[in-house]
Design a protein around this ligand. Sequence first.
Ligand SMILES: [Zn+2]
Length: 683
Amino acid sequence: MRHSFPAAFAIVALCARIACAAPPETPLDRLPYTPGLDVSAMDRSADPCVDFYRYACGGWQAANPIPADQASWDVYRKMAEANERFLWGILDSAAKRTTGRDATQAKIGDYFAACMDEAAVEARGNAPLAPYLDRIAALDSKLAIAPLLADLHLATGDAGLLFGFGSGQDYADATRVIAFAAAGGLGLPDRDYYTREDERSKEIRAKYVQHVARAFALLGDAPAAAKAQADDVMRIETELARATLTRVDQRDPYKLFHKVDREKLARLTPAFDWDAYLRALGLAKLDTFNVTQPAFFQALERVLETESLASLRTYLRWHMAHSAAPYLGKAMVDENFDFYSRTLRGVPQLRPRWKRCVAMVDGQLGEALGKEYVRRAFSPELKAKALTMTKQIEQAMGRDLQSLAWMSPATRREALAKLSTLVNKIGYPSKWRDYSSVAVKRGDFFGNVVRAQRFESRRDLAKIGKPLDRGEWYMTPPTVNAYYDAQMNDINFPAGVLQPPLFDARMDDAPNYGDTGGTIGHELTHGFDDEGRKFDSHGNLRDWWTESDAKAFEERAQCIVDQYANYVVVDDIHVNSRLTQGEDIADLGGLLLAWTAWKAQTAAQTLEPRDGLTPEQRFFVGYAQWACENDRPENQRLMAITDPHSPAKYRVNGLVVNLPQFAAAFSCKPGQPMTSTRRCRVW
Ligand SMILES: [Zn+2]
């Protein structure tokens, strides 16, 4: 795409100059500042009533080409990278200092040092994998798979090894934590990759089989044997994939809830020795399980019955190698990158080691690193500000629920009850996770990874049968993202997402409410989207809707589904709007709540235009600028299958067409592209 505004070109040129000079990369000691409404990110040559996304983000897109080590590049990802650089500074100093560190700093510092010690990692090559592969090779019967698999699950936490097993809240009683046995076992990102018959899917499958064969070759197999084994892997995975629910089906919690006792579990998969598996996990007495996808476990039974022991060993060997690939020597790391990033996502270049190591610490010792991050980057004032805004958005939701014309009093009561029990979690957990039992050694990166994973697997399993910990977070504090949890009935905003340009204490209210207010509203609305609405105020799966209210909701949701189905992601691939409807509903509902909250907040104020934009225009531009993005076509194809979010452009343009407030703010006339004759509204 060509852009024609000088300011943006100047920025591009500056970036190019930095790249040419190639200064050594260095960690940041403070986070960079980008304003919450960035005028230079706009393209004022575009007509906001024709293409609002381009108007709000065209400058950003021109000035921010996708870096070679990224699949896509957007405001969130750019912030995440700034955070990574900041965390790098924390870790680098913790790694270099050997005295004056507290226990947390010593743990994350030594872990980071071991990860960064590329020479030591390279010297060991694939050797750390050998003990695991030896045990797989020594399997002498199919029944012996179960206890070995238990240990491989503990060591990797990887559901790619046949299936996933862990803890989860009982859908029927959210206060209880029970065991979940979940579908897994695949090496490609979704079951659709195995079942689709179009040319591109066939090509990806062929390349996947080549990748698996090359991985076997790197483990020392002759080319012909490697190829035959890769075919075995593909055959087994295809059988499992065919029995796996689509992502759209998985949005229906009723389809994922099948509580069984030990006997029923064993009857589902008689060829798998569950007693031995559970004994090996230290859970011999367990008697309640949610088997999320029974049909998958029936397919697993067929696989165990019909496949030879040799093929099953091959399958396990592949998944163990795949799971460990990022922590082995360069040859395996590169091979893994080549398929999963280059082929599937179009990424030209592997991320530098420091980025991968920062991500590893965040993934494995996240709350230890997060504690250091929060201490430096998140003030109590910021937390208080975010909390105030959250309360205002909740009040707006309360007023919305009270005034909705399509909802009957009975359903309204339940909806208000759900809103009143909803919990806000802002910034970071009130109690930090204790990693003191994780042994971290310098010079033993692979060992550290496995020990940290075993700690995490054990921590997760230990929750079964214990009282629910409502304080737990599923994202680490530096994460630039947020989530709603339907069973906890809570919204969670890590410190990382409450930073400029998303949340900017120096900015006027309009863009802050448009952006962060919109995000808070988005998460809140998830409690009432197509999936969230099926859980009640206690987080239990229970139908609290009258029949006519449920029908009214579905008609409104269908309006969104129909609207987004028209949008093209890439090539001739349309948005899978039955998959994205929850996010699309949350986007629209969220921004309306933010608008109401902002209007209430500023009712007594006289707001002035700034940067040539009225306050209302600033609200919408502030909203849109969270979504500025550039994407690679390969990545767009992958995301079209796996991502429940619509592409960024439609999360802006698809949303504003539904809002009369937007048309008024920019004086858009009926018939212009950013207005719609059939406006959708759910909440
Ligand atoms: Zn969402």
